[in-house]
Design a protein around this ligand. Structure first.
Ligand code: 0PR
Length: 373
């Protein structure tokens, strides 16, 4: 096939996609990557972090991403981590490390946890024990009862998938410390949001290494970090914990590998490095400020139209109660609005990512109203 024909085919396929620039993707935690991230990605397209002996410069960029993120999340000097392909791999790797370190087989996961924990438990034969929720966040008061002698790790969520809510991480951390159990915080979504909400005085909640007992954190540059897919990060309070998943890798130019993936995209590390350096704390704060402004505006407009909000938003995500949520989401989709849906609990979820424009909220609320009435 000729190059031009292939390009035509690619264009045709791409034209069937919904694009972030339409402003109508309301159910995704990804967004249009920053142009500098895209540029960096292209520059490092052939690099492989699975063989850092060949790509020392790229490896340094990964180390710097870990360091910068660690600084943002109050990591102690002993901390370390790895870039991953996203929240799923970070969560899975955390459980893998703590399972290997403790030789225990049970993980305690809040009701609202992302389904990546189900995948991890299925892959590793771990038993999931559910920590019940109270008002859609983990009920820390129940944690002592649920922890057992076979608990390898407890999970807390900072920015839940369906409602963007923050579990009581401080309280959970205290209990885990007292019981000598690891606590993994899934901040895949909230990691690039909550530090800035704290700065702006919009939340008091501690969710990172500042809280006692937090052992590890997932945080995704490919969500609110404005980087390219696939970019995730797993941070560990102790760098040496990575040894728990170390394998000999005879065929690479370094002798050990401590990651689930073998070949890993260095381009994603370069992209995340570039965008994090460029944005700085100030840049991310501005984005979070704008996303929260749109969120609170939408919340007000929805309430004015008589909609019921599931829970006061803590981050840039809102759940809206509706009957037949699945059907409503389909009808909105026909009107071009791609919302998220929680059919089990009967609500539509809207994620106010940077591509969601305040000026489109009015139109969306009108369409939403027409669909449910
Ligand atoms: N942890 C949390 C709290 C998440 O919300 C997600 C993804 C993950 C972990 C897993 O992250 P990766 O998908 O990067 O492995 N939450 C959304 C979801 O699965 C992600 C998403 C993104 C959904 C884009 C839709 C979409 O278009 O529901």
């Amino acid at each position: 096939m000729k190059k031009e024909e292939i390009i035509e085919e690619l264009k045709k396929a791409r034209s069937k996609d919904t694009v972030f620039s339409s402003g109508r993707i309301l159910g995704s935690m990804c967004t249009r990557p920053h142009p500098l991230a895209v540029k960096a990605y292209r520059m490092f397209i052939e690099t492989n972090l699975g063989d850092p002996g060949l790509f020392r410069g790229t490896r340094e960029l990964e180390d710097n991403v870990i360091k910068m993120t660690g600084e943002m999340l109050h990591a102690p000097p002993s901390a370390g981590g790895k870039m991953t392909s996203g929240g799923t791999e970070s969560n899975l790797t955390a459980l893998w490390i703590f399972r290997n370190m403790t030789k225990k087989k049970e993980v305690i996961v809040p009701e609202s946890a992302h389904f990546s924990f189900t995948k991890a438990s299925s892959l590793m034969g771990l038993k999931i024990k559910v920590l019940p929720s109270k008002n859609y966040v983990a009920d820390a008061g129940m944690l002592r009862e649920v922890i057992s002698r076979d608990t390898a790790c407890v999970v807390g969520i900072a920015g839940s998938t369906n409602l963007g809510l923050i579990d009581p991480i401080e309280e959970m951390g205290e209990i885990c410390e007292e019981k000598g159990v690891f606590l993994h915080v899934d901040a895949a979504f909230g990691g690039f949001v909550i530090p800035f909400l704290r700065e702006m005085g919009m939340t008091e909640k501690k969710f990172d290494f500042e809280a006692n007992g937090v052992s590890s954190i997932s945080i995704d540059p490919h969500k609110m970090g404005m980087s390219v897919i696939p970019s995730g990060i797993l941070l560990l309070r102790e760098r040496k914990w990575l040894d728990a998943i170390s394998v000999e890798s005879a065929c690479t130019h370094t002798r050990k590998q401590m990651s689930l993936l073998g070949t890993r995209p260095g381009a994603a590390a370069a992209a995340s490095y570039a965008v994090m350096k460029y944005m700085g704390k100030e840049g991310y704060r501005k984005i979070v400020e704008k996303c929260m402004d749109t969120t609170l505006y939408a919340e007000r407009r929805l309430k004015e139209e008589g909609f019921e909000i599931v829970a006061e938003p803590e981050t840039n995500l809102i759940g809206v109660k509706v009957e037949n949520a699945g059907k409503v989401a389909k009808m909105l989709s026909r009107l071009g609005w791609k919302v998220g849906v929680d059919e089990e609990n009967g609500f539509i979820r809207i994620v106010f990512m940077p591509h969601v424009k305040k000026k489109l909220i009015g139109e969306f609320v009108k369409d939403f109203r027409s669909v449910v009435s």
